[in-house]
Design a protein around this ligand. Structure first.
Ligand code: 5GP
Ligand code: MN
Length: 330
């Protein structure tokens, strides 16, 4: 295990104290959970089980099917299925920059709850009683993994698979700038502990449903270029999304990043009529977190998101105007 800095060590110490002195825990993460969110939740779940605690996991939205191979995933409840009688003493919030990211799970937080906040977003609001926020980490799961080592939990092949999955999801399989020497080292450790890269890649990347690939085709058919090709965008309408089988849109925006010479890419997903979830990506220094924040969202410099209401032309126009300011400012 690599040496931890003093500040993180003292926060880990406080978390250990909370775990040792309480029994009932609720774990949650952000809406539209991605691989890092789900993995960090499940590694924390494994840690609390190891410590023989009573634990429930509650997330507003469903876990995408491709993550069903992960150990412990069956314990994740949707907020609406949550047991109202469960009265946790402490809440563990992972991979979420602010409490609004929890969606309706936010309403379950009471004043007397102890809140543990572990995240790797620079924009994190430090809403917890204990906050471990380290934006130099590739992923939230990398921090949770360090905590499991600190608390001397053995890394089983199941846990190794979770950690490896979270890291490859958040680094885009080691393509994004958050891919560090450390994250590669942790992945090597995970392989040593029983994670099988080929198996995990097969589960995550080669399991697209028919409805999802049709959804991708519909989205790609809307691709447009703006500002002399510096910006590339596309959308998926609610008409397509509302069909019986779910479309898993995670990673759709990455297809735009493959286009040569674009600097910024965004994907608009009409989650409900007239309400778009926007995913923004930047290939260079242009700060899409700043753009997303203008619309009440956030994220990282190179990957951010927000929600905007309107018809697709209005939403696109508002984003392009905002991006224009940033492109001019370069
Ligand atoms: P994605 O486009 O993959 O949904 O999100 C990209 C990044 O931006 C992720 O790190 C995600 O956590 C963050 N993000 C997405 N939407 C929001 C939002 O509405 N608010 C905040 N604060 N962060 C967001
Ligand atoms: Mn993350």
């Amino acid at each position: 295990m690599r040496p931890l800095n003093k500040k993180i060590l003292s926060q880990f110490h406080r978390i250990q104290d909370i775990i040792d002195n309480n029994d009932r825990f609720l774990i949650s993460t952000h809406i539209n959970p991605d691989g890092d969110a789900i993995s960090s939740v499940l590694v924390f779940y494994a840690l609390l089980q190891y410590k023989k605690k009573t634990v429930q996991i509650c997330i507003q939205d469903v876990v995408p099917e491709k993550f069903n191979f992960l150990s412990g995933v069956e314990a994740i409840q949707k907020a609406e299925e949550m047991d109202d009688l469960f009265n946790p003493e402490a809440l563990v919030i992972l991979d979420s920059a602010d409490l609004n990211r929890l969606g309706c799970v936010k309403d379950r937080i009471k004043k007397n709850h102890l809140v543990i906040n572990i995240d790797h977003h620079a924009s994190n609001q430090r809403f917890g009683n204990v906050n471990v926020v380290d934006d130099s980490e590739s992923s939230a799961v990398e921090i949770v993994y360090q905590l499991t080592r600190y608390m001397k939990m053995p890394t089983t092949p199941e846990v190794a698979t979770l950690v490896y999955t979270g890291i490859i999801c958040d680094t885009g399989s080691f393509r994004f700038p958050n891919t560090s020497e450390r994250s590669l080292e942790v992945c090597a450790e995970m392989v040593k502990s029983g994670a099988v890269p080929e198996y995990i890649a097969e589960k995550i990347y080669y399991r697209m449903s028919r409805q999802t690939i049709k959804g991708l085709a519909s989205a790609l058919a809307t691709v447009e270029f703006h500002y002399e090709g510096r910006v590339c965008c596309m959308y998926l309408s609610y008409e397509i999304l509302k069909e019986a089988e779910p479309v898993d849109t995670e990673g759709f925006v990455d297809y735009l990043m493959a286009v040569d010479e674009t600097e910024v890419e965004f994907f608009m997903l009409e989650k409900s009529p007239g309400c778009f979830r926007v995913s923004l990506r930047s290939k260079n220094t242009l700060d899409v977190n700043g753009v997303a924040r203008k619309f009440g969202g956030g994220g990282h410099v190179r990957a951010a998101g927000c929600t905007i209401n309107g018809n697709v032309e209005e939403v696109k126009f508002r984003l392009l105007v905002e991006l224009g300011v940033y492109l001019d400012g370069k």
